[in-house]
Design a protein around this ligand. Structure first.
Ligand code: SAH
Ligand code: SF4
Length: 391
């Protein structure tokens, strides 16, 4: 068999199980080889086909000649003093995206990107300011999870677990407490629902028991409100949903989130209600960036309460992360507190995000990273700094 050039080889990272099974069939292999392959790639994070010891030699040679596993290349890798780790990944033609790992005591969250740049162009977002470059492919999206697992040392842990299970047949899916990455949030660069097909393929691989085996509740898609695609996601792959609300009325939201002109608030609330019929959680999380003097008044909180009256929800208030050239300011802490209190007093669970990874510029939004709920941490008295495994 002649060796294909590297780029001619098929990238296995973006293939879900049905696609791997079909590929094996095309190559004259038994369909169950597809499942085996998936476990090697997404459970053991193996990149070397030769090391896939239970595959027949001939099949390994086929893979060597015709397939590849290419996650995006790491441009930089920073660890903040709070353990938050940020990778900048090269996705070609001068474009880079970010992936951020946020370790906490009881979970590890990976924040991933779906597009290089973003066309939605929200007023307060530096990704939007960059404009839109291109959609990431499914392999580049799931590749962030694959790569992070390898770099965080999950590969060794998986190998040890598999060795321990040897003789017991198939390696079992790791329990949540054994995992390093327990949660995935689509809150990095880009609008996931404007790169729908690749996002759903990546989700399928993340949820597959032969892949990452993550539960729907532990994977969150965040959207600026692409109404028709919220409906499609509900039918195709209903994972936890976060909606970037940011304003309580159409006039203000038109300005902050330009997509609102196409899909105004009434439509968006309808989509949220429909989504909840299938969602793995019985609430939608509304994200709300706190902008001084823009959307943070008591009157805005009251309008919000009226707006979400019929939508079971929680609120996550995000202190604005300033970036060069942004003509906006973060609301003062006492304003954020008062706003949160007003929503809580009306019976809505409201949290304020604690900024993570400040010293490496890994704060959420444009530099996704502050996923932690400060209130809850304070209540539990959990330690703020958590050591993370090194690759
Ligand atoms: N495009 C999707 C997901 C990526 S943005 C979305 O908009 O939901 C993830 C979250 O970070 C969104 O809630 C977004 O509004 C917020 N965000 C963007 N820029 C921010 C900034 N400068 N400060 C705080 N939050 C920001
Ligand atoms: Fe795009 Fe989300 Fe940024 Fe808006 S907030 S520009 S949708 S990445």
């Amino acid at each position: 068999m002649t060796e294909a050039g590297v780029t001619d080889r098929i990238d296995l990272l973006g293939l879900d199980r049905p696609a791997l099974v079909a590929l094996c069939r095309d190559w004259g292999e038994k369909p169950f080889r597809g499942q085996q392959l998936m476990r090697w790639v997404h459970r053991r994070f193996e990149s070397d086909f030769e090391a896939m010891s239970d595959l027949a030699r001939g099949f390994r040679e086929t893979l060597q000649a015709r397939a590849r596993l290419s996650a995006p290349a790491v441009v930089s890798d920073h660890v903040a003093s709070d353990g938050t780790r940020k990778w900048l990944l090269d996705v070609g033609q001068g474009n880079a995206v970010e992936t951020v790992f946020i370790p906490e005591v009881s979970r590890g969250t990976l924040c991933i990107s779906t597009q290089a740049g973003c066309a939605v162009n929200c007023l307060f977002c530096s990704t939007g300011k960059q404009g839109f470059a291109r959609n990431l492919e499914a392999g580049e999206i799931v590749g962030q999870l694959w790569l992070a697992n390898r770099l965080l040392g999950a590969r060794r842990a998986e190998a040890a677990a598999a060795a321990a299970a040897a003789g017991g047949g198939e390696d079992e899916a790791p329990d949540d407490h054994d995992r390093i990455i327990t949660n995935v949030v689509f809150m990095g660069m880009g609008e996931p629902l404007l790169n729908y097909d690749a996002t759903v393929t990546a989700l399928r691989i993340m949820l597959d028991d032969h892949g990452y085996g993550l539960s729907r509740r532990r994977v969150t898609v965040s959207t600026s409100g692409v109404v028709p695609m919220i409906d499609r996601l509900r039918d195709d792959m209903p994972v936890a949903l976060a909606v970037s609300l940011h304003a309580p009325n159409d006039a203000l939201r038109d300005r902050l989130v330009p997509l609102n002109r196409k899909h105004p608030l009434a439509e968006l609330m309808g989509a949220c209600r429909r989504y909840l019929e299938r969602a793995p959680r019985d609430f939608v999380t509304f994200e709300y960036v706190m902008l001084d003097g823009v959307n943070d008044g008591d009157e805005h909180a009251d309008q919000l309460l009226a707006l979400v009256r019929d939508v079971p929800c929680k609120f996550n208030l995000i202190p604005f992360n300033p970036f060069p050239g942004a003509d906006l300011r973060r609301s003062p802490p006492e304003r954020i507190k008062a706003f949160a209190q007003r929503l809580s007093d009306a019976g809505i669970v409201t949290t304020v995000r604690r900024t993570r990874g400040d010293d490496i510029d890994a704060a959420c939004g444009q530099r996704a990273g502050d996923i932690v709920d400060r209130t809850r941490l304070a209540q539990r008295g959990e330690r703020r700094r958590v050591a993370i495994a090194r690759a």
